[in-house]
Design a protein around this ligand. Structure first.
Ligand SMILES: NC(=O)c1ccc[n+]([C@@H]2O[C@H](COP(=O)([O-])OP(=O)(O)OC[C@H]3O[C@@H](n4cnc5c(N)ncnc54)[C@H](OP(=O)(O)O)[C@@H]3O)[C@@H](O)[C@H]2O)c1
Length: 350
């Protein structure tokens, strides 16, 4: 197979590094360029010695200049902060390079909602309608012809996969949904901040940004599409002292009388062609270590008899399924490869 060249803008971050890990064994993609502003000029193996003796160890980091990066690349992964990605995406598209944007810049369809949650005017509102929302299980048809895909946020990936089948099948009420999520610290990125220092995170457990986390409008937008009406969710994120992983516990009132077994069957039907979604058998709940470093989303389904609620526990790896693995799945679809190509990783246990 002739490999397609792809570039990574922001290779020194956690999602950039995860992209190199995944792409280094991908049968259809070759890494043609990687960028960093702070470490341009160095080789990848100088920053990450474990890349020595690999095909990409000696690849030099360049500045994130679209003209330079696009020279040999068909597709670019933007693994940079929101606010920066929007103009980079526009430049790459103008140069004829497809874009998978890992930031939030193209996830929110309405630029007014983007402004109210991200505090920044969108500089490329005309591109928003062109961007497919990159959850392969739901939007593969829209992703395939797209020149730009908005890779979903990590929390939204876990919550949307957990609730979409129940809303679509009208098993739950759209009102009063609660999403309670716990994330490992790599979710906050590699750029140093006091709140993610070892002593601030280890041996402790905290909630943050309750009711105002920026992933809230993204979840509301996508879950509204599932049920066909606007909805408001309560979203409570937490930081746990582990490197990778997200566990979201989602609560919703059941719409009708239905057994737990039938709910599980409805989920299995919805995800019948989705090998990355694993529905746990009755009585089993997922754990983050079972999905570590993989594309799996493990779902545990409980019908709470006493409260009349459906509780869905969803586990993903924030860097793989919640970011770079999903980005590669989207690139696979955009380039005509099997969505699973290069993404058959299994977790390292225990
Ligand atoms: N971490 C996660 O679990 C996760 C999950 C889903 C989505 N995301 C999103 O993915 C993106 C990357 O996240 P991350 O966690 O990898 O962040 P990170 O660890 O902080 O890395 C950011 C990268 O972007 C580069 N960069 C920063 N500012 C830039 C600018 N103005 N222009 C060009 N490059 C710039 C940095 O390198 P230099 O400073 O050297 O240029 C670095 O390589 C973010 O938008 C984030 O919200 C992250």
């Amino acid at each position: 197979m002739i490999k397609k060249n792809v570039a990574i803008v922001g290779v020194t971050g956690y999602t950039g590094l995860e992209l190199v890990r995944i792409l280094s064994t991908h049968p259809g993609f070759a890494i043609s360029a990687v960028t960093s502003r702070s470490l341009a000029g160095q080789a990848l193996q100088e920053i990450y010695p474990f890349f020595q003796h690999t095909a990409y160890g000696t690849i030099p980091l360049t500045i994130p200049e679209p003209e330079l990066v696009s020279r040999d690349s068909e597709l670019v992964f933007l693994a940079v902060p929101h606010g920066r990605a929007m103009d980079l995406a526009a430049s790459f598209l103008e140069l004829g390079v497809k874009v998978v944007d890992l930031s939030a810049d193209f996830r929110i369809n309405d630029p007014g909602i983007y402004f109210s949650w991200y505090g920044q005017k969108h500089s490329q509102p005309g591109l928003l309608a062109k961007a497919a929302y990159g959850i392969p299980e739901i939007y593969a048809r829209e992703i395939a012809p797209a020149s730009i895909t908005a890779n979903p946020g990590c929390y939204p990936t876990s919550a949307i996969l957990a609730l979409y089948p129940a809303l679509k099948n009208r098993l739950i009420k759209p009102r009063g949904i609660i999403i309670d999520s716990k994330s490992g610290t790599s979710g906050a990125g590699r750029t140093p901040k006091t709140s993610t220092l070892f002593c601030e995170v280890t041996d402790s457990f905290k909630a943050y940004n309750i009711g105002r986390h920026r992933h809230t409008p993204e979840m509301e937008q996508e879950l509204a599409k599932a049920c066909g009406e606007d909805l408001i969710i309560s979203f409570s994120p937490h930081l746990v002292p582990m490197n990778r992983g997200i566990l979201s516990t989602c609560y919703a009132e059941l719409e009708k009388k239905i057994s737990e077994q039938d709910i599980r069957q409805a989920y299995k039907r919805f995800y019948r062609n989705s090998p990355w979604i694993r529905i746990m058998p009755g009585g089993k709940l997922p754990e983050t270590r079972w999905v570590r470093g993989t594309m799996f989303c493990d779902l545990g389904i409980v019908r709470d008899e006493r409260t009349g609620r459906l509780v869905v526990v969803s586990c993903i790896d924030n860097l793989c399924r919640g970011a770079s693995g999903q980005a590669v799945a989207n690139a696979n679809i955009m380039c005509g490869f099997d969505p699973q190509s290069g993404l058959d990783h299994q977790p390292v246990m225990p």
